[in-house]
Write a protein that binds this ligand. Structure first.
Ligand code: CO8
Length: 259
């Protein structure tokens, strides 16, 4: 894996590729360079069979404090229209393998939106989540208005986006924005534990489960159920499904091959 300017990429460990946001001097502000580097790593990870899951994290004090306000300041309307960042966000949203996040400290603006692009989020009890764009005279621009309302409901989404107030890790968990709260020292370890566990599961089933779950955001119940049924049917044709059932019957551990 090559080296990057704004992120650190650990070598794959038990099927898990770790991306560490690494602009501590700017509170990991998500400048275009940083987003393009994440998109680049994910493009490679997508086709790399050794990568079964991705873990994204920041540092002890901050996950990401949002888009880089200093970079944003130089963009006029045409600049925003030609902005390459939406394409990078799309690459993250469309990544087919599971992404687990370990969040300590601030996850604000684009940082909170990055959290919403992740599939499972573990946060330290020092984490704070918010969409403070309103204070800058703008609104969330990487899916925040749409994903937040679908994730935490209308009233709390309105509260965060309109007031710019932050919520704690416990509140974020209670509203379903994240799944677990730990002490800050354990969030990475717990996220890694989950990512490694997922990495042992049958990859095609994992991929179709993620795809089916995410479709629930976009479709009616009826068409979502159809998508689930088709995925379920397709899995009946995989070797891993035969292996999983055989291993259960034979009381042994399954060996999944992604076939
Ligand atoms: N962008 C650039 N630099 C930042 C950012 C940021 N978002 N956040 C913090 N920094 C920098 C500060 O400028 C400061 O640098 P310096 O020391 O050189 O002045 C350093 O990080 C530390 O910041 P503070 O001194 O402010 O630290 P505090 O601990 O006092 O406060 C906060 C921490 C609360 C996180 C505070 O820095 C803050 O409010 N940051 C801005 C948060 C924010 O408004 N985020 C939303 C940004 S807009 C956005 O995300 C829109 C997304 C749209 C995506 C569209 C894609 C197409």
């Amino acid at each position: 894996m090559q080296t990057y300017e704004d992120i650190l990429v650990d070598s794959v460990q038990d099927g898990v590729l770790t991306i560490r946001l690494n602009r501590p001097e700017a509170y990991n502000a998500l400048r275009t360079q940083l987003l393009s580097e994440i998109a680049d790593v994910l493009a490679q990870a997508k086709d790399d069979e050794t990568v079964k899951a991705v873990l994204i994290t920041g540092n002890d004090k901050v996950f990401a404090a949002g888009a880089d306000i200093k970079e944003m300041a130089s963009l006029d309307a045409v600049g925003v229209m030609n902005d390459p960042r939406p394409a990078h966000w799309r690459a993250i949203a469309q990544f087919p393998k599971p992404i687990v996040a370990a969040v300590n400290g601030f996850a604000l603006g684009g940082g909170c939106e990055l959290v919403m692009h992740c599939d499972i989020v573990i946060a330290g009890d020092n984490a704070q989540f918010g969409q403070p764009e309103i204070n800058l005279g703008i609104i969330p621009g990487a899916g925040g208005t749409q994903r937040l309302i679908r994730t935490i409901g209308k009233s709390m989404a309105m509260q965060l986006v309109l007031s710019g107030e932050f919520i704690s890790a416990e509140q974020a968990r209670d509203f379903g924005l994240i799944s677990e709260v730990t002490i800050p020292e354990r969030s990475f370890e717990r996220a890694m534990e989950l990512a490694k566990k997922i990495a042992t599961k049958p990859p095609i089933a994992v991929r179709l489960a993620k795809e089916s779950l995410l479709k629930a955001y976009e479709t009616t119940l009826d068409s979502g159920l159809n998508i689930e049924r088709k995925a379920f049917t397709m899995l009946a044709a995989t070797q891993d499904r035969n292996e999983g059932i055989a291993a259960f019957m034979e009381k042994r551990k399954p060996e999944f091959k992604g076939k």
